[in-house]
Design a protein around this ligand. Structure first.
Ligand SMILES: N[C@@H](CCC(=O)N[C@@H](CS)C(=O)NCC(=O)O)C(=O)O
Length: 220
């Protein structure tokens, strides 16, 4: 039995996409960030920080999308999504996997400030500006990684692309991708994957964003 605890359009999408790429059967339990369900004791028993993804698999529950990515790629080497010790791309694989979380944590800060704070809390224009600049820098770095190759690693599509690919659907709410032609082409390449499309079909409705773009207050 495999069960994914999931919020639509959140980092748990990475695990949903991975499970589709690995052709696994699984159930989904859906939550919302807004309704307090991630702080319910039943959920906290699976994920002690109250975060998604949490994945019930083989009698244990795992959290942290990067750890789940590494572990499941290792358990299913026949799909070629991991890069085992000794592989020439091993270091680049681990680096990209973790770099994706650096980038996602900036998106998280922007989500908090732009869409999740409620009255009487005020978003901080300074924090928004800083995090937008920092997110832009990570996008520049990703653009450079993709120069001359189709995926993050020279050896082709991997779990690192699932980690990073997810970010590229959220980042454009805060930073336009127009100046990044490699990123735009990469995102389109990811969207054509049957595993991605099957995951999107099961993702559910996002309730984060009411607009297509959230600019820095007062200009960049
Ligand atoms: N590093 C963790 C981050 C997990 C995380 O923060 N998930 C967000 C959704 S993208 C969440 O559950 N947020 C709920 C909250 O902060 O209350 C991972 O990659 O799994």
């Amino acid at each position: 039995m495999i069960r994914l605890h999931h919020v639509p359009f959140s980092r748990s999408f990475r695990v949903l996409w991975l499970l589709q790429e690995l052709e696994q059967s699984f159930d989904i339990i859906e939550y919302s960030i807004r309704d307090g369900s991630l702080r319910a004791p039943d959920f906290m028993a699976h994920s002690p920080a109250g975060r998604v993804p949490a994945l019930e698999i083989d009698g244990e529950t795992l959290f942290e999308s990067g750890a789940i990515m590494e572990l499941l790629c290792e358990r299913h080497p026949e799909f070629g999504l991991g890069r085992a010790p000794g592989h020439p791309d091993r270091a680049a694989f681990l680096q990209a996997l973790n770099f994706a979380e650096t980038q996602a944590s900036l998106i998280e800060q922007l989500n908090l400030n732009h869409v999740f704070l409620r009255d009487p809390a005020d978003a901080s224009p300074v924090v928004i500006k800083l995090n937008t600049m920092r997110l832009t820098q990570t996008l520049r770095a990703t653009e450079a990684m993709l120069a001359g190759q189709e995926f993050l690693l020279p050896s082709g599509f991997s779990g690192a692309d699932i980690m990073m690919g997810f970010n590229l659907f959220a980042a454009p709410y805060f930073v336009p991708l127009d100046p990044f032609p490699h990123l735009r082409a990469y995102r389109q390449r990811l969207e054509t994957r049957p595993g991605y499309q099957a995951a999107r079909a099961r993702d559910g409705q996002q309730d984060f964003y009411a607009k297509d773009f959230y600019p820095v207050p007062g200009g960049a």
